[in-house]
Design a protein around this ligand. Structure first.
Ligand code: NAD
Ligand code: SER
Length: 318
């Protein structure tokens, strides 16, 4: 990290972007972080540029205007939304990545962060403790775009020396900004419904276990990866990162410890099939070895923290 780093966050108004932008402002100074998205988030403080990342010209102009050195590319369509609009998902998820990687190839920026996902795995991938290198046969548009993206990241590193870094995030749980159309979104919504209504209808079945992570761990993983010495980053496709694995039934039980009357019903929809194609848990030993990754939050701590931080409803369901 250098004192002259200028950071561009693309997709800054989303679930991750909102919190990552704040953390990067803390680290680099508010004036050194340029947030950008189709629309500014209501509570955003600091520099903001309206940007459609598919507008290559405007992206280049913003990079030149602020002398940007690092780009965090978070704009994408997530798994459930991508299934409903597959052509556009492919266009956005791949087009945005090429626009940013090409800027790095042309030496206009020095470092790129781009997130991948557990969606790169598929039905033939081992279900438990998925190794870093394994069978990958994603059956969703989103997963196919993430797997292709990983291969392009590694290609740009090998052929063009681009310093691109990536994490395969599990489902992310947070309270500051709502999730944007994923299969793991139920694990956020459940908290809002538990507090507001005392009951929740889940779109996944009770024993659907998925890898998940609390947002503070995800933000820390991102920052630690980007701050690591380049020579320690041995994987330029994307790192497995693990934290917690739980099913809807298990998170409901953890919430019931705080809200005893909370009840859950199961009504699986099209997202069940997506979830069934993803693994249960992740082996992140490569990330642990290369840049000392270790998650801090377990299920109980995450649930306690979420319930403490979410706004309290007028009616008490406890
Ligand atoms: P999100 O949907 O909450 O946010 C994405 C943001 O990108 C939105 O604010 C949206 O307005 C913006 N955006 C969309 N199209 C754009 C465009 N053309 N130009 C500029 N901005 C545009 O998503 P998120 O959860 O914050 O995810 C960010 C990244 O992390 C994505 O690549 C996603 O695939 C990945 N990821 C997220 C999770 C998760 O659980 N949240 C898990 C794995 C990977
Ligand atoms: N949380 C994301 C989704 O469900 C996984 O990448 O789409």
């Amino acid at each position: 990290m250098s004192a002259t780093d200028k950071i561009l966050v693309i997709g800054s108004s989303g679930q991750i972007g909102t919190e990552l932008t704040e953390k990067l402002q803390e680290i680099h100074g508010t004036g050194s972080v340029i947030a950008s998205d189709l629309k500014k988030a209501a509570n955003h403080q600091g520099v903001f540029e309206e940007l459609d990342v598919l507008d290559e010209k405007k992206l280049g102009e913003i990079v030149a205007k602020y002398k940007v050195t690092q780009v965090y590319l978070l704009a994408a369509l997530l798994s459930a939304t991508s299934e409903k609009n597959s052509q556009f998902a492919w266009k956005l998820n791949m087009g945005s990545l090429f626009n940013v990687l090409d800027l790095a190839k042309e030496k206009k920026i020095k470092k790129v962060y781009w997130p991948s996902s557990i969606a790169v795995f598929g039905p033939s991938t081992p279900q438990e403790n998925v190794p870093q290198f394994t069978v990958m046969d994603p059956t969703t548009v989103y997963g196919i775009s993430k797997l292709a993206g990983e291969r392009w990241c590694e290609y740009y590193f090998l052929k063009h020396g681009v310093d691109v870094r990536s994490l395969r995030y599990p489902g992310l749980i947070s309270y500051k900004s709502p999730p944007g159309g994923g299969t793991t979104d139920y694990a956020v919504d459940i908290f809002y419904q538990a507090l507001e209504k005392g009951t929740f209808e889940c779109f996944l079945s009770e024993n659907t276990t998925l890898p998940m992570m609390y947002m503070p761990d995800a933000i820390r993983a991102t920052v630690e990866l980007m701050q690591a010495d380049a020579q320690n980053i041995k994987i330029r496709s994307s790192y497995n990162v693990g934290a917690i694995s739980f099913s809807p039934k298990e998170i409901a039980t953890a919430i019931q410890k705080h809200i005893p009357k909370f009840s859950i019903r199961y009504n699986p929809d099209f997202r069940q099939k997506i979830a069934d194609s993803w693994p249960n848990s992740i082996d992140d030993s490569a990330a642990r070895k290369d840049w000392n990754w270790s998650a801090k939050y377990d299920l109980q701590e995450m649930v306690k923290d979420m319930l403490q931080n979410l706004p309290k409803p007028a009616v008490n369901h406890k």
